[in-house]
Write a protein that binds this ligand. Structure first.
Ligand code: CA
Length: 366
């Protein structure tokens, strides 16, 4: 019944009739429709931070939609291998993945910017670029080339430089090193004479212990302690130039996303934004104590990369960024948008967060 006729009929029929008519009014179809949503991921099941965060996100989408969006979560290897997540979602076999988008840099180096790049953005800077600096629009444009739609859904914060069997006193010490380091950070290491390898989290430990790789980065003290890398490499370097605020993505099949109601899209967006915040909170809460434990109880030697090594990283990163710009018009536009945000927000970080924390910790001796 058209709304105008319905109101008129209710008016004539009086109170009793109106009540009857109202109860007969159909519930919105959206409340009855169940949506199946299979989510794959690049993390082992129950893996602290990344895996538990992805699982929390899947659960939250189910709860927020009161079960209408029926989530089925598959950790790495439970449905497809970690690095097959992209194709699984692009083909709509699964509707979403939780992953680090820099794993797909071979398809377009622009993907790396939506996780982390060398000399890139911290957590708060990344949020600023994605939400207010044009980042999301470029991410959408890149995703649309592959039938995907990305949402921010987690962050590790500044990552450590990695685990090494020997001290790294100059850039020359990186030559010939076989190191697990994905994304454009791996390309920087290659420019400096190392051999970067991209392995999913579940395979790093065995490769480090067997000697198949000489060094590895992963995340930070809380995650790395769980991985027991200290059993094979004692020198733990900071800060990592390669992932200063690694953002994790909820990558959705674009056609699945486009068919969802505005309400369902809003639920998924809110759940992803929530996880973006929760994951970062957990990393920040647990990393300091984990680092202290590694040093005190596992004999880990904490080392800082020297300025000279950082200068070498920077020179190599500039070469990598030239290749990114040469790849395609889109990757060049992504790089230049990132560059503008890094300059604007980075300069502000200098006199806000950085200046304050430096003064506070100096006064308090932290
Ligand atoms: Ca990492």
């Amino acid at each position: 019944m058209e709304r105008r006729k319905f109101i008129k009929a209710a008016g004539i029929a009086g109170v009793t009739g109106a009540a009857a008519a109202a109860s007969a009014f159909p519930k919105p179809a959206i409340a009855q429709e169940r949506i199946e949503f299979a989510m794959v991921s690049t993390w082992p099941r129950d893996f602290p931070g990344l895996g538990t965060g992805a699982q929390r996100l899947a659960e939250r989408i189910g709860v927020m939609s009161e079960g209408r969006i029926q989530m089925q979560y598959f950790a790495a290897g439970e449905r497809v291998g970690a690095f097959d997540s992209f194709d699984e979602v692009a083909s709509n076999n699964a509707q979403g993945y939780h992953a680090a988008d820099y794993y797909w840099k071979g398809k377009n180096p622009g993907w790396a910017f939506f996780t982390a790049v060398p000399f890139g953005l911290t957590y708060t800077e990344m949020n600023a670029w994605i939400r207010f600096g044009g980042g999301q629009e470029l991410w959408d444009e890149l995703g649309s080339e592959f039938g995907l739609k990305g949402l921010m859904a987690g962050n590790t914060g500044v990552q450590m430089g990695g685990w090494f069997r020997k001290e790294i006193n100059s850039a020359d010490d990186l030559k010939g090193l076989k190191m697990r380091i994905p994304g454009l950070g791996g390309d920087v290491m290659a420019k400096l004479g190392a051999s970067p390898v991209s392995l999913p989290g579940g395979q790093i430990y065995e490769n480090l212990v067997s000697g198949a790789i000489d060094a590895t980065e992963w995340v930070g003290p809380w995650n790395d302690a769980f991985m027991k890398f200290y059993e094979a490499a004692k020198f733990y370097y900071y800060p990592g130039m390669h992932e200063p605020g690694a953002m994790l993505a909820l990558g959705l099949n674009a056609s699945f996303w486009g068919k969802l109601s505005k309400s369902d899209q809003a639920i998924i967006e809110a759940a992803a934004a929530s996880e973006n915040d929760w994951m970062m909170s957990e990393y920040n809460a647990k990393s300091g104590a984990a680092l202290q434990d590694l040093i005190t109880n596992q004999g880990v030697q904490l080392r800082q990369f020297s300025d000279e090594i950082y200068d070498s990283f920077s020179e190599a990163a500039e070469e990598v960024f030239e290749e990114v710009q040469a790849h395609s018009d889109l990757s060049s536009r992504i790089y230049n948008s990132f560059l503008k945000s890094r300059a604007d927000v980075g300069a502000w970080t200098n006199i806000s967060d950085q200046a304050y924390v430096q003064q506070r910790n100096r006064v308090l001796g932290l």
